[in-house]
Design a binder for this molecule. Structure first.
Ligand code: 3H9
Length: 678
């Protein structure tokens, strides 16, 4: 075996050359990898003893894409198209041997090989759309020439990979290899040589596209219409569609030009920069600053959950779904039964939608043990308390848990606001206590704030983060402060939204501006959805806030069809005249001068104070890094991913200085970090 460079080797098995990429962790197409491939294929082209080539990868995966960390930097090394030309134009058959994930540029390289084989677990996809991009190395032109325009369209706009079986059925690979992949690929190569099979260049064969521009036009139109909602706000899906249309309508090289031009537009735009930021931010969030390298998370083989309400039940589902048994504790049989029934119904609904079988529903339910006694939590590895937000009750529960739970068990509270250190003080083991703040619906939302108490041990923190990952959440470490990262910032937005409607904006205007920005709903739609009467009681209501008055007038939000909006049976909403009058009366009573408020002011007043609060959270060390705050807002509150999160947006779009100056004009206390940089 010859090392072409530090990441590409050229070996031989008789007359078959074997090119191996070995560039951990994911064999991304860095300059070194491209140089190595260019070198290897140049050597092969000059060696007449080579009859075929196997292109394989070492480590956990085939090439998983272009090297995203190189994007936006000056180009270096061999270009990707030059490498692809060398493969596609090789004088002998090239067989890509695929394991792991052939993604993006990786799949695009494989599509320049003349044949592809894989192991049974391999996955194939063009996920560029998730980075605000499109496949820029011929993927939009070659993939439809293999799997047809329709399937290619679905693959490039969703970014979702397909498995080996589907790839075989679609003609993307020739064979699924059993046993050693490279050996199987070499055997396949020998067969190709022995049978004198042609050099199949995908670019030259348009027969599988599935039609021409005219016959496929309705398919494209339908696809756009069916996905309009999902694609709203994003630039990349439409650019991907255009490229597949070009593949159908134009000769290969012309289509490539369209792809290149669309790719460059996306690549230099803010949306892709934002989405690439999010890709790395997600991975960064998993890292705990200052964690000693030898910290081992504790194994979590069983979980106890206190409270079988909406949150407790949703949290339980996360664990049951990945095979971890849960004991769920309530105080009353009726509440317990109700909670269990909801879990079962949720699972059955998923099964009815075909997500899994009814046997799987039973298997998950069999992992659930209902109980009326905290004593039953004596042997679990992790307890998550999910009762309502009342410090006295939480402290009482943690005091009991301290006596019941086994030594070393992690004791977590799902509190959204309360002081985790005070909760921990009810135990003699504060090192095992932390917050695990799930977002509703807890079985669906990906965000998990892991609240690191003043005395929480590193190991407990690492365990909570690891178990979060195990149940498919994106964990973000937060310090102890009121509302942690997400709700603390949300509070600032709500404060301004409440003021705006008194000063002259209508709730529907505030909601519209934020929805146009990219949030799935605005603050008043959110209040209606959550229920206006959460935490409100008729006995204690003093009519001091708009919310009090709405509740006193019988407006409870979506649950009774009346809130800031009136709702019909299909939940269509129209602004409520009753709510509007209550707001007007309240403003008049308080002597507030109402005026015209434009959309820009609404946006600035809702978002700038939030960014400022994010900066304060960083000032106080309550978040580890600015990008963690972005991850919280994208995954917990519907911040549009194509705007990269509030801190990215402040830095790269709105401008930190602009925000700081506007906040000063509003008379707000501006975080030093907002001025200095995050
Ligand atoms: C593209 O190809 C454009 C083309 O059309 C060409 C245009 C000209 N680059 O996710 P993990 C790092 S766009 C650089 O934890 P897993 C990642 O940051 C690309 N780095 O592992 C992490 O680093 P760290 C299209 C990358 O096993 C480490 O690898 N391709 C890249 O859970 C491990 O990653 C994609 O979008 C990359 N391309 O999942 C695929 N990929 O350890 C993106 C990963 O320092 N990648 N890293 O935090 C993935 O989806 C997953 O990483 C993968 C492995 C499924 C491959």
């Amino acid at each position: 075996m010859t090392a072409i460079n530090s990441v590409v080797d050229l070996g031989r098995d008789g007359e078959i050359a074997i090119v191996t990429v070995n560039s951990p962790p994911v064999n991304a197409l860095s300059a070194d990898v491209r140089d190595g491939l260019a070198g290897a294929f140049a050597a092969i082209a000059g060696d007449s003893s080579v009859k075929a080539v196997v292109l394989a990868c070492a480590g956990r995966t085939f090439i998983a894409g272009a090297d995203i960390s190189e994007f936006g930097k000056p180009p270096r090394g061999a270009s990707l198209p030059a490498v692809q030309d060398a493969i596609e134009g090789a004088p002998v058959p090239v067989i890509a041997a695929i394991h792991g994930t052939a993604l993006g540029g990786g799949l695009e390289v494989a599509l320049t090989a003349h044949y592809r084989v894989s192991d049974a677990r391999a996955k194939f996809g063009l996920p560029e759309v998730k980075l605000g991009l499109l496949p820029g190395a011929g993927g939009t032109q070659r993939l439809p020439r293999v799997v047809g325009a329709k399937q290619a369209l679905a693959m490039v706009t969703s970014g979702t990979p397909i498995g080996a079986k589907a790839a075989l059925a679609a003609g993307l690979i020739e064979e699924i290899v059993e046993g050693d992949l490279t050996a199987g690929a070499v055997a396949f190569a020998r067969k190709v040589v022995a049978e004198g099979r042609p050099l199949k260049r995908i670019r030259d064969d348009a027969s599988k596209l599935g039609g021409d521009a005219a016959s496929l036009a309705p398919m494209f139109a339908e696809f756009r219409a069916a996905n309009a909602r999902a694609f709203k706000g994003f630039d990349a899906p439409e650019a991907n569609i255009k490229c597949i249309e070009a593949a159908v309508a134009l000769p290969f090289d012309e289509g490539l030009k369209v792809e290149r031009s669309e790719f460059m537009k996306l690549m230099t735009g803010l949306q892709s920069a934002a989405q690439r930021h999010v890709f790395f931010a997600e991975r960064q969030a998993a890292k705990i600053d200052g964690l000693p390298a030898d910290t081992q998370p504790l194994p979590i083989a069983s979980v106890g959950i206190i409270g079988a309400g909406t949150m407790g039940g949703g949290i339980a589902m996360n664990f049951l779904s990945v095979g971890i048994p849960v004991t769920i504790v309530e105080t009353k049989q009726e509440a317990l039964d109700r909670g269990i029934a909801v879990i079962r119904r949720n699972y059955e609904n998923s099964a009815k939608k075909g997500r899994f079988s009814m046997e799987e529903v039973e298997a998950r339910m069999a992992r659930l043990t209902p109980s009326l006694s905290l004593d039953d939590l004596h042997s679990v590895d992790l307890v998550i308390e999910a009762v309502f937000e009342n410090m006295a009750i939480k402290k009482e529960i943690f005091g009991k848990l301290d006596r019941i739970a086994k030594p070393g068990a992690i004791l977590a509270s799902n509190t959204s606001y309360l002081n985790v250190d005070e909760i921990a003080s009810a135990t003699a083991r504060p090192e095992s206590v932390l917050g695990m703040h799930f977002f509703s619906p807890a079985n669906v939302m990906r965000l998990l704030e892991v609240v690191n108490g003043a005395r929480t041990s590193k190991q407990a923190l690492a365990t909570a983060m690891a178990v979060g990952k195990q149940i498919g959440k994106i964990g973000v470490v937060s310090g102890v402060c009121h509302g942690f990262i997400g709700n603390r910032m949300l509070g600032k937005r709500q404060e301004q939204a409440n003021k705006l409607i008194l000063e002259g904006a209508r709730p529907a205007d505030v909601d519209r501006v934020l929805v146009e920005f990219g949030f799935p709903m605005g603050p008043f739609q959110m209040s209606d959805l959550a229920g206006l009467d959460i935490g409100w009681s008729a006995d204690t209501s003093k009519g001091e806030t708009v919310r009090d008055r709405l509740c006193e007038a019988g407006l409870r939000g979506q649950k009774n069809g009346k809130g800031f909006y009136d709702y019909d049976a299909d939940r269509n909403r129209t602004p409520s005249p009753v709510a509007e009058q209550i707001i007007l009366d309240y403003a008049a009573e308080k002597g507030i001068n109402r005026r015209e408020i434009d959309d820009q002011e609404i946006l600035e007043r809702c978002l700038y104070p939030m960014v400022n609060e994010g900066a304060k959270i960083l000032d106080e060390g309550m978040a580890q890094r600015a990008s963690d705050i972005d991850i919280v807002w994208i995954n917990g509150y519907g911040w549009p991913v194509y705007r990269g999160g509030p801190m990215f947006w402040a830095e790269h779009d709105a401008g930190r200085e602009t925000i700081a100056a506007a906040l000063e004009r509003m008379g707000m206390d501006v975080s030093p970090r907002l001025k200095a940089g995050f």
